[in-house]
Design a protein around this ligand. Structure first.
Ligand code: DHB
Length: 492
């Protein structure tokens, strides 16, 4: 058993200098945040500007008042080890821990389990819920809902040590990208939801609140059970998928494009999935900012479609006005996404007011084949996320279950729900503050998915800052200055 007491004396003073910017910080590392961990990834790192221990302030914050910024490293629903201060291995820029510290935040990086946890040789904790130390027996222990259970346990650990840990435990802001964005959305939506209690008990999480102050979500890959229909609603006319495959070459990992025409069967399935989307959207009773109902007719046309496209147009208008101040600056924009060359957009003065949706979708291209998430051969990351130690992968939609080519079984409906933030909005202590970003050129999930999340939140009265930044692909942390300004505005 691990105790849950924070030791303020157990730290190292470290310095990190990147691109001429330097931060000296106290690093409290490898803190086990629950009493009965089942895997070594269940540890957190806490980083604090050293200046706070010398009575100094940064950005108006001090050791007690600094917000606690909590970025995760989850991607692809794989485990996300606790971040260290340094370079982000995806965008090769100083990471969020570095930027957060420099800005004056206390940074809490929780390592969380994922679908690959237990897939390789690993040690168990002595006295933990798993086997004894030194064994190499494999047990998959990181499938749904483990990632959010671990994040909650880390949040509870911080609250449990209120006054002992640096920073303001009532100002925890989670941050993540993609599956990590979904994790952040889950942390935001499910504060204190009792449904996670048995899982939290099992790992010996502190008995504390686990609601947060704010959630920052970049391209959250969430609402998985509706994502296939949403995908075909947008991409049905695009019949070629453009995936990428990783391959290890002599000079390191290479990305190999895999371009495939959908089969006739997939084209049929695509039509069926698209046809099932309006019933879902209509069941949500969404409203726009003026209170007007948003819906779709049986062809997938209607006010909801126009509403989704308004976000794209708003993004185009902003891009035209600022001509790349943020996006291209960060070097992340998709080649060919220059606003001047997007002839599917029409303008009234400087305002983008019309869009040929089919041409826009053809431009950004379809990434995934049909079904995009609940694969009929059970080979998607999401299928694995719903597996466990006995069954490696499962279906999570009735549609793919019915069309399964792998004799797949259905995941437990409760576990599907525990992984879907939209199911918990307003149910208990959903955070008030949301910042959601999804690149206007992102094809990893349909833009309808983040739009639904943002709209459900707005309709329930939450504070939502939502945008589809122009030209950006599936990515995150590209506008940290704006994110930090948003946090400071709320926190001060
Ligand atoms: C991620 C991307 C995906 O396309 C997906 O289906 C799941 C996760 C990711 O980048 O985390």
């Amino acid at each position: 058993m691990y105790d849950l007491k924070f030791n303020p004396e157990k730290y190292e003073v470290k310095t990190c200098e990147l691109g001429g910017r330097k931060i000296t910080y106290r690093a409290f590392e490898n803190i086990v945040y629950c009493k009965n961990p089942v895997n070594k990834v269940q540890k957190l790192n806490l980083f604090v500007p050293e200046a706070y221990y010398h009575g100094e302030m940064i950005n108006g914050y001090d050791l007690k008042t600094a917000p606690i910024f909590a970025p995760n490293t989850v991607g692809g629903y794989m485990e996300g080890p606790a971040m260290e201060v340094g370079i982000d291995k995806f965008n090769h820029k100083p990471n969020t821990a570095f930027e957060g510290l420099l800005h004056g935040y206390v940074v809490m990086c929780a390592g969380v389990r994922g679908r690959n946890t237990g897939m390789r040789s690993r040690e168990f904790f002595v006295g933990g819920a798993g086997k004894d130390n030194g064994e190499t027996e494999e047990a998959l222990c990181g499938r749904a809902p483990a990632l959010i259970v671990d994040m909650k346990a880390a949040i509870r650990y911080m609250r449990h040590n209120k006054g002992l840990v640096p920073g303001d435990v009532e100002k925890i802001i989670t941050n993540g990208t993609s599956a990590g964005g979904a994790l952040s959305a889950l942390a935001g939506a499910t504060g204190n939801a009792k449904e996670y209690e048995p899982y939290l008990k099992a790992i010996g999480a502190a008995e504390e609140r686990d609601d947060i102050f704010a959630a920052s979500c970049y391209c959250p890959i969430h609402n998985l059970e509706h994502a296939d229909a949403a995908y075909e609603w947008l991409f049905q006319k695009e019949t070629v998928s453009h995936m990428m495959r990783f391959e290890m070459g002599p000079n390191g990992p290479k990305m190999i494009p895999v371009v495939r025409e959908l089969s006739e069967e997939q084209k049929e399935l695509s039509k069926e999935l698209k046809a099932s989307f309006p019933a879902y959207v209509n069941s949500l009773n969404l409203k726009d900012d003026q209170g007007k109902s948003l819906s779709l007719d049986k062809n997938g046309e209607g006010s909801f479609r126009e509403y989704v496209m308004q976000f794209v147009l708003k993004s185009a208008t902003k891009e035209k006005a600022t001509l790349d101040s943020q996006n291209r600056l960060k070097g992340l924009a998709v080649p060919g996404s220059e606003i001047e060359s997007q002839d599917y957009i029409t303008y009234t003065g400087e305002k983008a007011t019309g869009i040929d949706t089919d041409a826009y979708v053809a431009k950004i291209t379809r990434m995934k084949p049909t079904p995009a998430f609940d694969a009929l051969d059970l080979k998607s990351p999401e299928n694995e996320e719903f597996g466990d130690e006995k069954v490696p992968a499962r279906h999570f939609t009735a549609f793919s279950m019915e069309h399964s080519k792998a004799g797949g079984e259905m995941a437990d409906p409760e576990k599907i729900r525990l992984l879907n933030p939209t199911e918990f909005i307003g149910s208990r202590d959903t955070t008030r503050n949301w910042r959601i970003r999804h690149g206007a050129f992102d094809r990893d999930t349909s833009i309808a998915i983040p739009v639904i999340l943002a709209t459900m939140l707005k309709n329930k009265g939450f504070n939502v800052d939502f945008a589809l930044p122009w030209g950006l692909p599936h990515s995150g942390d590209y506008d940290l200055e704006e994110l930090f300004a948003w946090i400071d505005d709320l926190a001060k």
